[in-house]
Design a protein around this ligand. Structure first.
Ligand SMILES: Nc1ncnc2c1ncn2[C@@H]1O[C@H](COP(=O)(O)OP(=O)(O)O)[C@@H](O)[C@H]1O
Ligand SMILES: [Mg+2]
Length: 540
C-alpha cells in the first residue's frame, strides 16, 4: 500500500481481474495507444494489447526501465523496442494509487509520436511562414514611419543649428516622439526670439556707436580692447584687428593709456585735452571712467573732437580783436584832430581841413558798423530771401550809375555783356545789387587809373554765371580763397581807408543764401576775376 499511496487516482473499488484488463482496453481506445496496468509485484494485471489468459504469460514488469523510474515516484519516460507489439515504442509510466494497480504505463508507437511531432512542426513552420512576412512588413513599416519622423526632426534640428529657425511646416503626431519634437521646437523658437531681440539690440547699439562722432572705446578688466567704434579707430589710428589686444600695446598715446589705467583702478580722471590724429592740429578731449562689464570691471573712454569748437572760438576771438582794432583806428584819428582843434584854434581853412578828416573817419566808422550789423543779421538768418525775376542788365546799370563818380575820377572804362538767355534770373534784387556793387567797387578801387572793368552774365547748364573782372593788379594766388574772410586784406598798408575788409565776406554770405557759389581767380591776362554762380531756377 505504501508504494501506491502516491500514484494516480484510478477507480479504486469495482475493478478487478478481467474488469481491469477491460479498463486498460477502454483507456487505450481513448488515447489511441497501448495501456499496461502493473501490480505492485510486477505482474501485468491489464494490457490493451494482450488479452486476459495471455496476461499471465507476460514478464514481470518491475524491471522495465520506465517502471523502475515510476517506482521511485517519478514519471518514467523511455524509448524502446517492444517485443510484444514488435515496434519502436515510447513508454511512459506513473505510479497509481489502487489496490490492484501500482503503475500505469502508456505506450505509443514512435511512428505516431514522430508523426505528431512532425505535424506540430509543420503547423509551426506554416504559422511562422505566414506570420514572418507580415511581422517583417509591419516592423519595416513602423520602423520606416518612425525613421521618417526622426529624420524630419533631425533635419529640423540641423536647420535650427545652422541658424534657420523657421517653424517646420509639418505637424508632429500626438505621441511621445511628437511631444519631444514639440518641446524641442518650442524651446528653439523661444531661443530664436531671444536671439533676435539680442541681435536687434546689438544692431541698434552698433548703429548708434558707429554713427557717433565721439570716439568710444571699452577695455575689460584685463586691459583688453572690447569695443572700438569707427570714430575712435580713426582718432587713435587703430583698426579692427586691435580688438582683444592690450590697450597698452595698441594705443600709442601715453595720456590716454594713463587715463584708462586710472579708470581700471576704479577712479574717474578729469577730462584731458590732447592733440590726436594724423595731423596733430586737431584737439580732442578724452574722458575715461570705470564701467561694470559682464565679466567684471572695465573702463570706457570717450573722445570728443573739439577742433571745430576751438576753431570757432579762435575765429570769434580774432573777430572781436579785429573789430576793436578797426574801430579804434578812426576813433584815435578823430580824437586826435578834435583835441588839436580844441588845443590850438587856427584859421578857418585849417579847421575845415581837420573837420573833413574827422568826417571821413566818422564815415568809415559808420560803414564799419553798418557792415558789421549786416553780417550779424545774415549770421542770425534775419535777412530772408525775396526772390523775383530780375533783369540782370538793369542791376548792372544801377550799380555802374551809383559808382560813376569813382569810375569817372579814375577815367576807367566799364564794359557790360549780358547773354540774352541770362537776361532774367530769379534772385533777391537788393541782395544781388549788393553783391555786384561790392565786386565792382573793389574792381574800381583796386585797379589803377584808366583800367577796364568788365561785367558779364551768361547761362551755363541750369546756372547763371555773373563775372566781374578788371585789368588791375589781381590777387596773389595764396590769398585767392582768403579774401572772403572777414577783415582779410591782401595788403593792409595799401588798404584804402574807405574799405572795411568785410565787403567780400558779405558777398559770400549773400551768394550762399541764394544757393550759389563765388570764387576769386586771376584772369589769363592779369587782373582779378570774381565769378558768382546762381541757380537759374528758383528751386534748383
Ligand atoms: N578786384 C580786386 N583786385 C585786387 N584785389 C582785390 C580785388 N577785390 C578784392 N581785393 C582784395 O580783397 C580784399 C578784401 O576785399 P573786401 O572784402 O571787399 O574788403 P575791402 O574792399 O573793404 O578791403 C581787399 O582788401 C583786396 O586786398
Ligand atoms: Mg570791398
Amino acid at each position: 500500500m505504501g508504494a501506491t499511496r502516491r500514484g494516480a487516482d484510478v477507480h479504486r473499488t469495482a475493478i478487478t481481474g478481467l474488469a481491469i484488463d477491460a479498463e486498460a482496453d477502454r483507456l487505450a481506445q481513448a488515447i489511441d495507444g497501448r495501456i499496461t496496468l502493473v501490480h505492485a509485484d510486477g505482474r501485468v494485471v491489464g494490457d490493451s494489447s494482450v488479452d486476459g489468459p495471455e496476461l499471465a504469460s507476460l514478464d514481470n514488469h518491475l524491471e522495465r526501465p520506465e517502471v523502475r523510474i515510476a517506482r521511485e515516484g517519478q514519471v518514467g519516460v523511455v524509448e524502446r523496442y517492444s517485443t510484444t507489439v514488435l515496434a519502436d515504442m515510447l513508454y511512459a509510466a506513473v505510479p497509481a494509487r489502487h489496490p490492484e494497480i501500482a503503475y500505469v504505463r502508456v505506450a505509443l508507437p514512435l511512428t505516431t509520436v514522430t508523426r505528431q511531432v512532425t505535424r506540430i512542426g509543420a503547423a509551426a513552420l506554416l504559422a511562422f511562414a505566414l506570420a514572418a512576412p507580415v511581422a517583417i512588413g509591419l516592423a519595416w513599416l513602423s520602423s520606416a514611419l518612425l525613421s521618417r519622423r526622426v529624420q524630419a526632426i533631425a533635419s529640423a534640428a540641423r536647420r535650427y543649428g545652422a541658424g534657420d529657425i523657421r517653424r517646420p511646416s509639418h505637424d508632429y503626431a500626438n505621441d511621445e516622439l511628437g511631444d519631444v519634437a514639440r518641446v524641442l521646437d518650442a524651446s528653439v523658437q523661444d531661443l530664436g526670439r531671444r536671439a533676435e531681440e539680442l541681435a536687434r539690440d546689438r544692431a541698434q547699439m552698433e548703429a548708434i556707436l558707429s554713427g557717433m562722432v565721439e570716439g568710444v572705446l571699452i577695455v575689460n578688466r584685463q586691459g583688453r580692447l572690447q569695443l572700438v567704434n569707427r570714430a575712435a579707430e580713426e582718432m587713435l589710428n587703430v583698426d579692427a584687428s586691435a580688438l582683444g589686444r592690450l590697450y597698452l600695446e595698441v594705443i600709442r598715446h601715453p595720456d590716454i593709456s594713463a587715463q584708462l589705467t586710472t579708470a581700471l583702478g576704479g577712479e574717474t580722471s578729469p577730462p584731458h585735452e590732447l592733440p590726436l590724429g594724423r595731423d596733430a592740429s586737431r584737439s580732442f578731449v578724452a574722458r575715461a571712467a570705470p564701467v561694470s562689464l559682464a565679466g567684471g570691471g572695465g573702463a570706457i573712454l570717450v573722445l570728443h573732437d573739439i577742433t571745430d569748437l576751438r576753431r570757432a572760438d579762435q575765429v570769434r576771438r580774432d573777430f572781436v580783436a579785429n573789430v576793436s582794432h578797426e574801430l579804434r583806428t578812426p576813433l584815435t584819428a578823430i580824437r586826435g584832430y578834435v583835441e588839436a582843434l580844441i588845443d590850438e584854434p587856427s584859421d578857418a581853412d585849417h579847421t575845415r581841413h581837420f573837420l573833413d578828416i574827422i568826417a571821413r573817419h566818422a564815415g568809415r566808422m559808420e560803414r564799419l558798423v553798418t557792415d558789421l550789423l549786416r553780417l550779424a543779421r545774415l549770421d542770425a538768418n534775419q535777412e530772408p530771401l525775396e526772390i523775383t525775376n530780375c533783369d540782370i542788365e538793369r542791376i548792372f546799370r544801377t550799380v555802374v550809375t551809383d559808382l560813376t563818380p569813382s569810375i569817372a575820377a579814375k577815367e576807367q572804362h566799364v564794359t557790360m555783356v549780358v547773354a540774352p538767355e541770362a537776361g532774367v534770373v530769379p534772385v533777391d534784387p537788393t541782395k544781388l545789387h549788393d553783391i555786384i556793387r561790392n565786386l565792382v567797387e573793389n574792381a574800381v578801387n583796386y585797379s589803377p587809373e584808366r583800367a577796364s572793368v568788365y561785367l558779364e552774365a551768361h547761362h551755363r547748364s541750369g546756372w547763371v554765371e555773373i563775372v566781374v573782372s578788371d585789368s588791375g593788379p589781381g590777387i596773389p594766388p595764396a590769398d585767392l580763397t582768403r579774401v572772403f574772410e572777414r577783415f582779410y586784406r591782401v595788403d593792409k598798408a595799401r588798404a584804402r581807408p574807405g574799405g572795411t575788409g568785410l565787403g567780400l565776406a558779405i558777398v559770400r554770405h549773400l551768394v550762399e543764401l541764394h544757393g550759389g557759389t563765388v570764387k576769386a581767380e586771376n584772369g589769363a591776362e592779369g587782373g582779378a576775376r570774381f565769378t558768382v554762380t546762381l541757380p537759374a531756377q528758383p528751386d534748383a
